[in-house]
Design a protein around this ligand. Structure first.
Ligand code: AMP
Length: 285
């Protein structure tokens, strides 16, 4: 596996792969790899001839009060893990190489970036759409793999690809969980002591709501589900729900009635500081 830090070098390399007819698959990440990231890499390996993983803690998707400085980083550790997954290139550019002094452009989605995480993270999805556009232009992928854990991010990227005619196939990967159900996340490393136990409030609420939907054969009201999820989250010490919504997994519009595409989407602050998200479809597929 090659570690490449230069934008020009990676661009040249991936262009040469495409010229030889090789299928290039990109996995965009912010590093501090866990089993979720590694599963995306394995899926990319199955789909493509060449796998490129980007590792870039993107400053323009963090708000002024967010954890940009504290975000966990260890290039050597990540390099070792990516190498074991037979990744061809780990692309880890410097911020200065991605954003020159006079950088001014934003890719902005008017609707999908509002609501859910967008309500509490203004500008976040513009930052995501902008960096992913840049990565697509730089690394010439045929295909890119994203996790369904970031439900809104996946919807934003799919919409951006349609709107801007990117010739890139977007593949979603199911959520990878710890044995006890906690969705894997680089931010889980902030969870210490009781906060790690209390972080299970999200998965507990999901399982409970799925059971309620199953037992009622989908006839339960959405209001009832949301209030039960809220009750469960409140019952875990130090856990405060930022949002609890039932949305359509593609449009992200709030569901009026349950169907196969209805997703329970949650964001919760655990222990007053660690913000976790999770989601799951409510009906058996
Ligand atoms: P991040 O490094 O957190 O920006 O994540 C990079 C990619 O990995 C994104 O497409 C995420 O949705 C995906 N990802 C992160 N955690 C998980 C998980 N637990 N299961 C599946 N995909 C994930």
């Amino acid at each position: 596996m090659k570690l490449v830090t230069s934008v020009d070098d990676v661009s040249e390399l991936t262009r040469s792969w495409r010229e030889k007819g090789q299928k290039v698959v990109l996995v965009p990440t912010m590093g501090w790899f866990h089993e979720g990231h590694l599963s995306l890499m394995r899926m990319a390996r199955k789909i493509g001839t060449r796998v490129i993983v980007s590792l870039f803690v993107n400053p323009i998707q963090f708000g002024p009060k967010e954890d940009l400085a504290a975000y966990p980083r260890d290039l050597e550790r990540d390099r070792h893990l990516a190498e074991k997954e037979a990744v061809d290139v780990l692309f880890a550019p410097a911020v200065s190489d991605m954003f020159g002094q006079n950088f001014q452009t934003r890719v902005s989605l008017s609707l999908l970036s509002q609501g859910l995480c967008g309500s509490n993270r203004p500008g976040h999805f513009d930052g995501v759409a902008t960096i992913v556009s840049k990565l697509f232009h730089i690394s010439h992928p045929n295909c890119a793999v994203f996790g369904q854990k970031d439900l809104q991010q996946l919807a934003v990227i799919r919409q951006m690809v349609r709107d801007l005619n990117f010739d890139v196939e977007i593949v979603g990967h199911p959520i990878v969980r710890e044995r006890d159900g906690l969705a894997m996340s680089s931010r889980n490393s902030y969870l210490t002591g009781d906060d790690r136990k209390n972080a299970l409030c999200l998965y507990t609420a999901i399982i409970r709501c799925q059971k309620m939907v199953g037992n009622s054969r989908g006839k339960i009201s959405i209001t009832e589900l949301i209030s039960e999820a809220g009750r469960i989250i409140d019952s875990f010490p130090g856990c405060i729900a930022e949002y609890i919504q039932v949305v359509d997994r593609q449009s992200l519009k709030e569901c009026q009635e349950l169907d196969q595409n209805s997703v329970l989407a949650l964001a919760v602050k655990v222990g007053g500081k660690v913000r976790l998200i999770d989601n799951a479809v409510l009906m058996d597929q």
